[in-house]
Design a binder for this molecule. Sequence first.
Ligand code: ZN
Length: 501
Amino acid sequence: MQEKLNELKTRLAEWADLGRASAVLGWDQQTYMPPGGGAARAQQLALLRRLAHERFTSDALGRLLDDLSGDAASLPYDSDDASLIRITKRDYDKARKVPPKLVAEMATASAHAFQAWQKAKAASRFADFAPFLQRNLELRRELAQCLGYTDRIYDPLLDQFEPGMKTAQVEAIFANVRKEIVPLVHAIAKKANAVDDKFLHQAFAEKKQWDLGIEAVKLMGYEFERGRQDRAPHPFTTTFAVDDVRITTRFLPKFFNAAFFATMHEGGHALYNQGTRPELERTTIGGAASLGVHESQSRMWENMVGRSRAFWKYFMPHAKKVFPRQLQGVSAEKMYRAINRVQPSLIRVEADEVTYNLHIMLRFELENALLENRVAVNDLPQVWNAKMQEYLGVTPPDDAQGVLQDIHWSYGTFGYFPTYSLGNFFAAQLFDQIARDIPDLDARFERGDLRVLLDWLRANVHTHGRKFTLDELANKVTGESLQTRSFVAYLQSKFGEIYKV
Ligand code: ZN
């Protein structure tokens, strides 16, 4: 068995390196590449992805996995080797179901759709993007057929990003949360002026915003010897190796929150990737359990730390040192209230913690309706606007601020959006467990000790890499499946106090 296991690891290491090389090219594309480089870069990326796909779906790898699967049964389920075989087999079986021709068609269609989306968004004309979206949608229906499903066409698409999760489960979870959140949104709306955040909307020099963000992620434990930060229009985190995990951020010259919280958010993603155990490097079980689990890490650092009272009791003097004029006379308490202002708005990425998940629910419902032919692509803007009014009480004045705002559908990534909300819910569930395990957590934050949180996450989440599904991890770490009770209680307690509702 050992010999075969070594061969598996050698093959996976090379496959992983191809993926990491693609990541370097992708990072450069979104940070430093001049526009002229686009066409050549698309070819280079397509080649690397094809090579990686071919290696991963080879007959030889399949035979190796078949031989090893029997042996894996004798190993403990959560051991590194059993998990490596199990997860690789899971991914292999899925990848083999997708014909290379479809992979290529999806890549080409999304490259064109991305270009069309950028132009359509700039002109705020959904009709220009509609045929490309239609094509992406048809290819995803085909993908779902190839992957196979018994209940809902959305299931295999969701499974790509959140292994094991079912559409019906997400629907039930969302319905549960929605009935608690909507009354809270309405109650807060009646007290809209209870929180003043005007001082956050003024000129903040970019260089200083950069410095303050760096100070925050360093405090979180992000290591610059094993990472770096650059600018990108849509912030993201990318991993070239456990010792080279990079973050990106963006700046709004007249709004404090955008860069600061985006930096903490990406820092949270990066800590997860920097926490991969070296033994899991260059395998299928390094990296994150799922997108939902990844987002639980970023949202925890961004919201449960970055938007907490305890953190600002410590951090306010640091922020004032960098922005003495802008933050003159602003107490830690005033800052805490301001950064937590609730305001139903048009744009998902700018949404507060209370309304954020309503944006996700809307997208999840529309994706299902599109895939199941209950809504036609051409009717999407009207349906979008009606749902925005129903859920958030606002109507987009144009397509750019409505149906065209997100990049995801141009890439054809249907099934991705729910993972944002699952991450929010799981973050709260984990945080309840953390509060039980570390009773003086707030006091530690007030002293600037965030390391205590990172150590807990390293030991309980990061160490497992990609071995478990979200639900397996939830059970292992908190003793129960994913639940939304913690999240709802967190919102009601935090915002109930701020808004006295
Ligand atoms: Zn994120």
